[in-house]
Design a protein around this ligand. Structure first.
Ligand SMILES: Nc1nc2c(ncn2[C@H]2C[C@H](O)[C@@H](COP(=O)(O)OP(=O)(O)OP(=O)(O)O)O2)c(=O)[nH]1
Ligand SMILES: Nc1ncnc2c1ncn2[C@@H]1O[C@H](COP(=O)(O)OP(=O)(O)O)[C@@H](O)[C@H]1O
Length: 226
C-alpha cells in the first residue's frame, strides 16, 4: 500500500515552528503547509470561510474550529499525493480530532521552549505581513534593517508580540495545547523537543525524521510500480 509521510508541528508562539518547518521542507522535500498561509489565501480570495475568518482575525482572535477545519481539510485533500508537514494546525483538540478523521499522521513534533526564551525572541521579531516572512534582528536579520529582503517593503512588529500580550497568549496556548499533545501521546506519535535554541533542536529532529521518512517513502516507491 502506498504510504506517504504526514507530520504536524506544534509549539507556542515564537517556538520556532516556522523556522524549523522551512528546514524540514528543505531537507526532506516535504510540503510545508502553514495554517496561517491558508487563512491569508482564503481571505485574499474572499472564499466564504475566508470572509468568516477575517472577522475574527481583525479582532485578534483565533478562527473558530468549524471555520478552520472547513478551510483546511479541502486543501489537505488536494495534497493526497504528497508528503507534508502541517504547521499551525491543529491548535485545539477539536481540530486534532477533525484532522484525525481525515488522515493518519506519522509524527507530531512538539516544541517545548522556556517562557523567558520566547519573550526574548518575540521582542526581536519583525514581520512582512503581506508574505508572512518572519525576521529576527539577532537570529535571522533582514539584509537592510527594517526592510523586507524580497520586496523592499517596510517590516512591522506585531502588537501581540509585546511582552504583556505575550504572557496571556502563552498561558492560553498551554491550556488549549495540552489536550492535543495528550491526544498524540496516546497515539504514540508525539515527539517533544526541549531547548532554548533552534540550532540545537534541529539535529535531533533531523535524526528522528531520518529514521521515519526513508522507510515510508520506500513503501511508496514499491506501491507506485504497480
Ligand atoms: N535567538 C533565536 N531566535 C530564534 C531561534 N529560532 C527561531 N528564532 C526566531 C525567529 C523568529 O523571529 C522568532 C520566532 O520563530 P518562528 O516565527 O519560526 O516561530 P513560530 O512559527 O513558532 O511562531 P508563531 O507561531 O508564528 O508566533 O524567533 C533561535 O534558536 N534563537
Ligand atoms: N489552527 C488554527 N486555529 C485557529 N485560528 C488559526 C489557526 N491557524 C491560524 N489561525 C488564525 O490565523 C492567524 C494567522 O496564523 P499564523 O500565521 O499561524 O500566525 P500567528 O503567529 O499570529 O498565530 C492566527 O492569528 C489565527 O487567527
Amino acid at each position: 500500500m502506498s504510504k506517504l509521510f504526514r507530520a504536524v508541528i506544534m509549539g507556542p508562539p515564537g517556538s520556532g515552528k516556522g523556522t524549523i518547518s522551512e528546514r524540514i521542507a528543505h531537507s526532506f522535500g516535504l510540503k510545508h503547509l502553514s495554517s496561517g498561509d491558508f487563512v491569508r489565501e482564503n481571505i485574499a480570495a474572499k472564499t466564504e470561510a475566508g470572509v468568516q475568518a477575517k472577522t475574527y482575525i481583525k479582532k485578534g482572535l483565533l478562527v473558530p474550529d468549524h471555520v478552520m477545519t472547513r478551510l483546511l481539510l479541502p486543501r489537505l485533500e488536494e495534497m493526497t499525493k504528497y508528503s507534508w508537514l502541517l504547521d499551525g494546525f491543529p491548535r485545539t483538540l477539536a481540530q486534532a480530532k477533525a484532522l484525525n478523521s481525515a488522515c493518519d499522521l506519522d509524527v507530531a513534533i512538539n516544541l517545548n521552549i522556556p517562557l523567558e526564551t520566547l519573550k526574548e525572541r518575540l521582542r526581536h521579531r519583525w514581520i512582512h505581513p503581506p508574505s508572512g516572512r518572519v525576521y529576527n534582528m539577532c537570529f535571522n536579520p533582514p539584509r537592510v534593517q527594517g526592510i523586507d529582503d524580497i520586496t523592499g517593503d517596510p517590516l512591522i512588529q506585531q502588537e501581540d508580540d509585546r511582552p504583556e500580550a505575550l504572557v496571556a497568549r502563552l498561558r492560553h496556548y498551554k491550556d488549549v495545547a495540552k489536550p492535543v499533545t495528550d491526544f498524540y501521546k496516546a497515539k504514540g506519535i508525539l515527539y517533544t523537543f526541549s531547548d532554548t535554541e533552534t540550532d540545537r533542536i534541529w539535529p535531533n529532529i533531523s535524526t528522528l525524521l531520518n529514521t521515519k521518512i526513508p522507510t515510508i517513502q520506500s513503501d511508496a516507491r514499491c506501491a507506485s510500480t504497480h
